[in-house]
Design a protein around this ligand. Structure first.
Ligand code: CLF
Ligand code: SF4
Length: 502
């Protein structure tokens, strides 16, 4: 789910003619969907890119066991299919999890979704997972329920999932070819015994596709996550995308492998690298020909709390939750009012974005030979440019062209300005940020200091603080229009060529 396509009013990405090459679910892309599907995704921060600017999710770590082994996983950490490795969650009982969800929902009005995504596989822990869902259906009826699984035991549990009113299921599918699968999964636990190698992958693949079909036949929206592992399944994932789409998947989320030796995973220890930003984007673009692509996944942890990209878990540890007095009925009312305000703002932003396209369209007459430009954006949510450059922990990256503005992905960075003792490291941190923003030609933020301004400029990235509080797509379109007018987006003048000529 992904971007707002300026100037387009119809067509879900990939599915029916989004001009940007695959997206997922911005409001415009969703506009052609049946009403009951739009209602399911419009405020789900993972199933709708636009929604992730406005709404939050949380996970509860109730599921410790797993029934397979992935080469990118170390059981000491959370399930790497849905969560980044390297952090250990506080394991909760279903009762604790329910208390925590109600506490978070009462305190974070943006929250719409509760997901169970680890630390092992939720469906390998069915009693704990379903008891949590059962209680929440009763006590927090306004929260959407979501689950992520490796799919091995999915077909046998589809009926149970349906009973709990779960509208969103994620299956991690890294392959549809057992020979590729054998390089990713050393074993699975199946019918009370351990099955290894190609045979294991064959069973897993069969179960995943069967489960996917069963869910989609029952009207449940299925997102497929795939971990991109260069040299192992990268060339194969286009085929995966085609197959899962044919079997009814709603959205495909190709995520980069995170493999560090210190995580102690097989891939980490063997020195298996993850993809670069460029490789990931290229593969997402290829898959987008057939499929709606998610590009805003943050590979969040199994106990993540808050907007995607932020982690407020520390505010809701169980010792704190136990002391909170919750009036859930009152909180539910406040949240409904808050969501109404968000929806009004989204509507307003949409009409503004439409106006920006008009200015691009008028430029088109004079400048035909233009190239697309990548821009980084600092935002703390709300779909607007509202973050100081020095406070950004990540930048969203957009591609502007004469036809649209599309969301490409995000780049995580260290804080440039954290104050105190770390200020001595600022130069190094800034250099790291500049490296992370490689390929971007502008960075849009609410404010920026003199020093980073100068260094960004010398690195060929133009800082811009003129669009504070403006909707992101509108601001990106306006900056692009300016670049086009000044000849900075001419096909013949890439930044590298300009620098060479200087
Ligand atoms: Fe959680 Fe996953 Fe549901 Fe979202 S996360 S179970 S679908 S509520 Fe979202 Fe996090 Fe990416 Fe998952 S950003 S890791 S895709
Ligand atoms: Fe680890 Fe998740 Fe794979 Fe299980 S499914 S081995 S918990 S990454």
């Amino acid at each position: 789910m992904e971007l707002t396509v300026i100037g387009q009013t119809a067509g879900e990405a990939g599915a029916s003619g989004c001009s940007s090459s695959g997206c997922g679910g911005s409001s415009d892309q969703l506009s052609h969907l049946p009403e009951h599907i739009r209602a399911k995704v419009h405020n789900h921060p993972c199933y709708s890119e636009e929604a992730h600017h406005h709404y939050a999710r949380m996970h509860v770590a109730v599921a410790p066991a797993c029934n397979i082994q992935c080469h990118y996983c170390n059981r000491k950490y959370d399930c790497a299919n849905e969560s980044r490795p390297g952090v250990v969650s506080e394991l909760l009982t279903p009762d604790q999890a329910v208390k925590k969800v109600m506490a978070v929902a009462a305190n974070i009005p943006q929250m719409t979704v509760l997901g169970i995504a680890g630390p092992g596989d939720p469906l390998a822990n069915p009693e704990r997972t379903f008891e949590t869902f059962r209680q929440l259906t009763e006590k927090a009826p306004d929260i959407k329920l979501c689950v992520s699984t490796n799919g091995l035991s999915l077909p046998e549990q589809v009926e149970e999932l349906c009973k709990h009113n779960i509208d969103h299921v994620t299956i991690t599918i890294n392959c549809v070819d057992p020979d590729v699968g054998a390089k990713i999964y050393p074993w699975i636990f199946w019918n009370n015994r351990r099955v290894k190698g190609r045979k294991a992958a064959e069973i897993l693949i069969k179960q995943q596709q069967k489960g996917l079909k069963m869910l989609t036949e029952r009207g449940i929206l299925v997102k497929v996550n795939s971990v991109m592992i260069p040299g192992v399944n990268d060339a194969h994932l286009e085929e995966v995308s085609k197959v899962v789409k044919a079997n009814g998947a709603f959205l495909h989320n190709v995520m980069p492998l995170i493999a560090e030796a210190e995580h102690g995973t097989f891939f980490g220890v063997m020195g298996q690298r993850g993809p670069t930003h460029t490789e990931l984007q290229a593969l997402q673009d290829k898959c987008a020909g057939d499929m709606n692509m998610m590009r805003h996944c943050r590979q969040c942890r199994a106990d993540a709390v808050g907007m995607l990209g932020e982690d407020r878990g520390d505010e809701f540890t169980m010792d704190k939750v136990e002391t909170m007095e919750i009036d859930y009925a009152a909180a539910m009312q406040r949240r409904a009012e808050y969501h109404a305000t968000i929806e009004a703002n989204r509507e307003a932003q949409k009409s503004q974005s439409g106006q920006s396209f008009v200015s691009l369209a008028s430029i088109k007459v004079n400048r035909k030979e233009t190239r697309p430009v990548l821009m980084a954006v600092a935002t703390s949510g709300g779909g607007v440019i509202n973050q100081h450059f020095g406070h950004a922990k990540e930048f969203l990256v957009y591609e502007a062209s004469m036809t649209d503005v599309r969301f490409i992905g995000h780049r995580k960075v260290d804080l440039y300005c954290s104050g105190g003792d770390s200020c001595g490291d600022a130069e190094t941190t800034l250099q790291k940020i500049i490296r992370a923003l490689e390929g971007c030609e502008a960075v849009l933020c609410s404010k920026i200091g003199y020093e980073p301004w100068e260094q960004l400029e010398s690195a060929g990235i133009q800082p811009n603080g003129e669009h504070a509080l403006e909707p992101i797509e509108e601001a990106v379109a306006a900056v692009y229009a300016e670049m086009v007018e000044n000849g900075l987006a001419d096909k013949t003048e890439t930044p590298a060529q300009l620098q060479a000529g200087a």
